[in-house]
Design a protein around this ligand. Sequence first.
Ligand code: ZN
Length: 290
Amino acid sequence: MLIDTHGHVNFNAFKEDAKKVLENTLKNNIWVIMPGSQLSTSERAVRIAEEYKEGVYAAVGIHPIHLGKRRVDSLEVESEESSEESWRTFETRAEEFDLESYRLLAKSKKTVAIGEVGLDYYYQPKGKARRSEMKVNQLKILQQQVELALELNLPVIFHCRVAHDDLIAFIGDIQKQHKGVLRGVIHSYTGTKEQADKFMELGMYIGLNGLIFKDVAALPDPIEVISHISLERIVLETDSPYLTPPQSLTERNEPLNVRYVAERVAEIKKFRVEEIAKATTQNAKNLFSL
Ligand SMILES: [Zn+2]
């Protein structure tokens, strides 16, 4: 058995066949957690998860990129003007963060985490003042969402892009204030092994996905980082529909492909794939209380 701890089957890319994809996933003994990225995708995650007794779960939250005016892609949400093209990017407005709506969704029995939430400094606005305003706003909204997680005793799925040291400082402060009770995962890990150590010292898990195959600047040295992270702290994910592993038969990533991530982690850490499956499944069950 495997658990895809981060598969967006709630996104527009699965609009036509989410049910079919999830049934096929469950049939292959794979469970999935679907994180929201804003209110509409969080609602959809909860609505889908509530249709299943076991094996399909939701996380709710607002992703930092939705706090500003950004380009998003049609794999995530539908464009307001309809388009025949299957994939394109378009401008969206900043979304207001409405804590009460998220609190309501977080109280569903099928919501197992707050996420994905965090810091994303990849797209920088022009000008020093606007850049610092962006960071202050991201931290403010993150703080509110992490407090919601603490209030409801839920773990947090953290998104972190080009912001690792700020996130380490942020989680460090939270753990100090709350006696280390915050649980969470740094999803789609792209930091260094030293930063991984700091996250693990703060009690966090590390989420690995298709980035471990790709020779991209995102994860500078996957072999070094993965060899270094202890197996007790690894959870697997796909980040479907993105980050498709090279072995995938489909261009769109799907939760089923989490098995390729497991195989690659086994290869790098020199374990049998069954051992990786067993350990990471147990880690995910512990973290998300499944
Ligand atoms: Zn994601």
